[in-house]
Design a protein around this ligand. Structure first.
Ligand code: AHR
Length: 502
């Protein structure tokens, strides 16, 4: 008797799943950029113009669609002119937000955009509103995107002939907090002013993302959609995206739980806090729907992920944490939520790419080895959804209750690719019991799918430099095809992907 019956409706494909839902975020924070992605050209670690080759390859493999930079909180303290021109002449600045370390500006606009070209992803630049000016941001856009004029000449002199045509621009970050401690009403005016001066250059229209709410601050979204959405005389929206930040923080902000070990309640706390994203996306979307019923503007979840206590012995300002299969399930839950709400959620960014928070990779200090985290393996399994059409999944899976909240024991998404293949991704959020699933695809002649699963014998196991493949995707055994249905068993606390060829 299956615990969950799932029906995938292949006859009525929904909207395309924007690949940008699978975006990432790299801040000048801890060892994300420096001694993470960036090792410098002189490093013994194999690199291309300073960027680690193994990391670039790992990011290409999961088809990273966009990378957000330079922050985070760092963005509103960052002055782009300090990061161009000869490196030896660039100023050395204190990174006031993250550990008070010196940032020598070795990575600036040219280097970051080179990284994006190496990965094959779109850059998503977060502009400085908190301590910058409309003119500074306007000139950054012009430096990147103009084909002629003094700023284009300067770019060419610095080694880049063609404009990069950067499309995605954040207009400030967390302006309610580290980005200026502004009220929503004040920032709405700031946004309109900055958005006006970040200009479109020929063949380079901008996608402006306003700094949005934290967590369940629906009033912020309401104010932005009322006062920040458009100018008084101009009916066209000024914002193409409005952001939302939400982290899964077990414990309290002051005393976060460790990434590992944890007990049953620790597992459940992460699942139930993570599932809150579903409510947040629905409620913020409902506010946006009232002002923008045609969904011209996207909800951009440009910071999400687990946030634990830092690993013992590491700099508290560096936010370095380990991961287990619990994070893989958390990542799958989030991606399922974004896919299920992809009419409105069209960009999202996991925090952060390497060595910081829910990273997809960890590197040894000072160079050396790299390890892929369980979360990387989830992004690898989910890459098949990029650009495919979402399929509705009906489920009778029970909910698990924890601490006054509920979340589904089995969460699922499905999509139909251009080549006719159907991908179904599932996660079992129950850490104690396997989930017997019957999955039917009525009206479709199915053959045995290829099936992979991310699971761990011991849920608290981490991938380490000595044991890099403790938690990876493996073939899922025991998938039985019966007519238009398959039966399978998901191990406790696991993520699976099934692919039905056309
Ligand atoms: O991702 C770490 C920090 O979390 C970011 O800098 C900030 O935007 C958020 O508070």
């Amino acid at each position: 008797m299956p615990q969950a019956r799932l029906t995938v409706h292949t006859d009525a494909p929904g909207p395309a799943i924007d690949p940008h839902i699978f975006g990432h975020f790299s801040e000048h924070l801890g060892r994300c950029i420096y001694d993470g992605l960036w090792v410098g050209e002189q490093s013994p670690v194999p690199n291309t113009r300073g960027w680690r080759n193994d990391l670039v390859a790992a990011l290409k493999q999961i088809r990273v669609p966009n990378l957000r930079w330079p922050g985070g909180c760092f963005a509103d303290d960052y002055h782009w002119r300090e990061g161009i021109g000869p490196r030896a002449k660039r100023p050395r600045r204190i990174n006031a937000h993250w550990g008070g370390v010196v940032d020598d500006n070795a990575v600036g606009t040219h280097e970051f955009l080179d990284l994006c070209e190496q990965i094959g992803c779109e850059p998503y630049i977060a502009g400085n509103v908190g301590s910058g000016s409309p003119r500074e941001l306007r000139e950054w856009v012009e430096y990147c995107n103009a084909a002629s004029g003094t700023l284009a000449d300067e770019r060419v002199a610095n080694g880049r002939r063609d404009p990069w045509k950067v499309r995605l621009w954040g207009i400030g970050n967390e302006t309610w907090g580290c980005g200026g401690n502004m009220t929503a009403e004040y920032y709405a005016g700031q946004f309109r002013q900055f958005a006006t001066y970040t200009r479109d250059f020929p063949n380079a229209p901008l996608y402006r993302v306003a700094s949005g709410a934290a967590n369940d601050d629906y009033k912020w979204t309401e104010v932005m959609m009322t006062l920040g959405y458009r100018g008084p005389l101009n009916p066209a929206p000024l914002m193409q995206g409005l952001s939302l930040h939400y982290y899964t923080v077990p414990g309290s902000w002051e005393q976060k739980h460790a990434a590992s070990p944890f007990d049953r309640d620790g597992w459940r706390a992460v699942m139930s806090l993570g599932w809150k994203m579903d409510e947040l996306v629905r409620e913020h979307s409902a506010v946006m729907d009232r002002h923008d019923p045609k969904r011209a503007t996207a909800l951009v979840v440009d910071e999400w992920g687990s946030w634990y206590a830092v690993e013992p012995g590491t700099n508290p300002g560096f936010l370095h944490q380990q991961q287990t299969v619990r994070d893989a399930v958390l990542a799958a839950l989030h991606l399922n939520i974004f896919i299920n709400h992809c009419e409105r959620v069209r960009i999202a960014n996991l925090a952060q790419t390497v060595n910081v928070l829910q990273a997809v990779a960890l590197t040894e200090e000072g160079g050396g080895r790299m390890v892929l985290t369980p979360t990387w393996h989830v992004f690898a399994l989910y890459a098949a959804h990029q650009g495919a059409k979402r399929l509705r999944v009906e489920s009778n899976a029970a909910n698990i209750k924890h601490d006054g909240r509920e979340y589904p024991a089995v969460s699922a998404t499905a999509s139909l690719a251009a080549d006719g293949a159907v991908t179904v991704t599932l996660c079992n959020t129950d850490s104690e019991h396997s989930a017997d699933v019957e999955l039917s695809l009525p009206g479709r002649a199915i053959t045995a799918p290829t099936a992979q699963v991310i699971a761990a014998k011991t849920l608290t196991t981490c991938n380490t430099f000595d044991q890099p493949r403790a938690v990876t995707a493996q073939p899922l055994a025991g998938v039985v095809t019966k007519g238009a249905a398959v039966q399978l068993s998901l191990p406790p606390g696991s993520v699976a992907a099934l692919r039905f060829a056309s």
